[in-house]
Design a protein around this ligand. Sequence first.
Ligand code: NAD
Length: 290
Amino acid sequence: MKIGFIGLGNMGGPMAHNLAVAGHDVSGFDTAGVKIDGVTSVDTAQAAVVGADVVITMLPNGAILRAVADQIIPEMKTGAVFVDCSTVDVDSARAVAEQANAAGLGAIDAPVSGGIGGATNGTLTFMAGGGADAFATAAPLLEIMGQKSVHCGESGAGQAAKICNNMILGITMIGTCEAFALADKLGLDRQKMFDVVSTSSGYSWSMNAYCPAPGVGPDSPADNDYKPGFAAELMLKDLRLSQQAAESADAATPLGQAATDLYAQFVENEDGLGMDFSAMLPRFSKLGRG
Ligand code: NAD
């Protein structure tokens, strides 16, 4: 297929590379002038999309996605499919899909889980929203860039699944970290804590697969001085999107709000910027009740 790829950063770069390695004809554009092995570099977003069967975007936020959509939708060929893999607000995802559909294009939102490692190794999980035909066109490409894709429903459903998942993740990571900090103060050995909780009803991905305590459980960023992994500021971004969505859908999310406030405090007023999101454990360890 002929593919236009816009946004060749930490995630988009390796994703575009994997599509090229699989034999697709990929033209890429990034405002930072990034060049990716196997991908034809072009000078404008418009040049990347002319004649493309599928256009993929991997951009920082909804405002940038909307601006790029305004530039490229008029240039895309009728029947082409616009696949946005960025994590953005549900409203932007729906607005861009509507704009694409009105121009005779297919559109899906297909945010990802799996981080930079997943993008590099082609093992991302995609959660997609949009029409069945557009999803069917994109599916073989998603299979190259990832190991699993779930068609979640209409436009915006992919973003909805992503922010609900990450809201759970933020909340369970905080819960796991504060429980470890409490266990420490109660004199409970961290390994014993892991042995019990990871096989009891308190288990979760945060505990079992990404344990925030160094030297305990499988290898995780905690074993590498809390270098990300999944950075605390990216968790904060996703939690804020969850609260923006909760606000517009009138949903009660008290723990999602508390998690957002804690990550904002950690990233903006403490030393959380550039740390993995599991560094909440040393943060809690330093604190008392007051
Ligand atoms: P990044 O900042 O490394 O990459 C974004 C790229 O977009 C940059 O190279 C930037 O120059 C480019 N860009 C910005 N404006 C542009 C424009 N108008 N036209 C063309 N290019 C433009 O970010 P990333 O880590 O690759 O993340 C991309 C998206 O994926 C974000 O929405 C993020 O939330 C999401 N995501 C990231 C991770 C992760 O672990 N990094 C995991 C899951 C989802």
